[in-house]
Design a protein around this ligand. Structure first.
Ligand SMILES: O=C1O[C@H](COP(=O)(O)O)[C@@H](O)[C@H](O)[C@H]1O
Length: 268
């Protein structure tokens, strides 16, 4: 296991969600004190949305200047805007509707009734990312590179984990996990419904400063074990997630059941 990969064990789903929320508040505060603004990439899924709910319920949330937090999504289900399946709607209900975000800094992936087709949703998010990257590059006096990167800075990128080890909407053996040279892909025939989705690619995910993989429950144990053991990312997408500075696996006891003993290290 690489030196910047850490596993942190939690006794239960609820404790995992609460401590991940607290950890996120602290990280956003630290980044804001260094740079003025911070950015986070949200995930859907069970722990991801429970974490946002815990964050909304924490009094400490008020310490963050939410108007200066850039919010992105790692993936989205390509369904109508009012569908309960949308990660965006779930994130709004859990957190975004309860904090003072700047709407211009909240970057949703397009709903299926807002664009012509899946390709248009991919193009739209690619353009949103590029525009933010261009803006950051223009504002950064230290960056002397000749052209802006395709992606803005991601300070923390949250990833849920499927029982099949999928992250975002990158599923084992499908074209999305093999994509190279693009930041966003469309997914059709997703093995987990809904079938059509939009996702950041592994290359885009791995530009994040810190990646936090959150997983709870016995049904995630095999995926966690294989992901940490360094399996091929095409078969085990979670295995390929690596933050530039840090990769945290934030898991509960049940999800940790198949992690080899020598990889465990409690550092909460
Ligand atoms: O469909 C998705 O699933 C994963 C994991 O969800 P979980 O409910 O099994 O925790 C999630 O990370 C992803 O964002 C979502 O679109």
């Amino acid at each position: 296991m690489s030196h910047n990969v850490r596993i942190t064990l939690h006794p239960s789903f609820d404790v995992l969600a609460a401590t991940t929320a607290a950890r996120l508040i602290t990280r956003l505060l630290d980044v804001q004190s260094e740079r003025g603004e911070a950015s986070v990439v949200l995930t859907g899924g069970s722990v991801g949305i429970a974490t946002l709910k815990a964050l909304a319920e924490s009094p400490a949330r008020l310490a963050v200047d939410w108007a200066k937090v850039n919010i992105w999504f790692g993936d989205e289900r390509f369904v109508p805007a009012d569908s309960a399946d949308r990660n965006a709607g779930q994130a709004a209900g859990a957190l975004l509707d309860h904090i003072d975000v700047d709407p211009a800094r909240v970057h949703f992936m397009a709903a299926s009734d807002a664009v012509e087709d899946l390709d248009a949703a991919v193009a739209d998010y690619t353009a949103q990312l590029a525009a933010a990257a261009q803006q950051e590059w223009e504002n950064d006096d230290d960056d002397r590179s000749e052209s802006a990167p395709a992606l803005p800075r991601f300070d923390v990128l949250l990833l849920g984990l499927g029982p099949d080890a999928h992250i975002a909407s990158l599923f084992p053996e499908m074209s999305g996990i093999r994509s190279r040279g693009v930041p966003v892909v469309g997914v059709v025939n997703s093995p987990k419904p809904p079938a059509s989705r939009v996702s950041l690619t592994l290359e885009a995910i791995n530009t994040a400063q810190e990646i936090w993989i959150v997983a709870a429950g016995a049904d995630k144990a095999a995926a966690v074990g294989l992901g940490l053991a360094g399996a091929n990312p095409v078969q085990v997408p979670a295995s390929g997630a690596r933050g530039l500075n840090k990769t945290l696996w934030l898991i509960d006891q049940e999800a940790a059941a198949k992690v080899p003993e020598q990889l465990m290290r409690r550092d909460t």
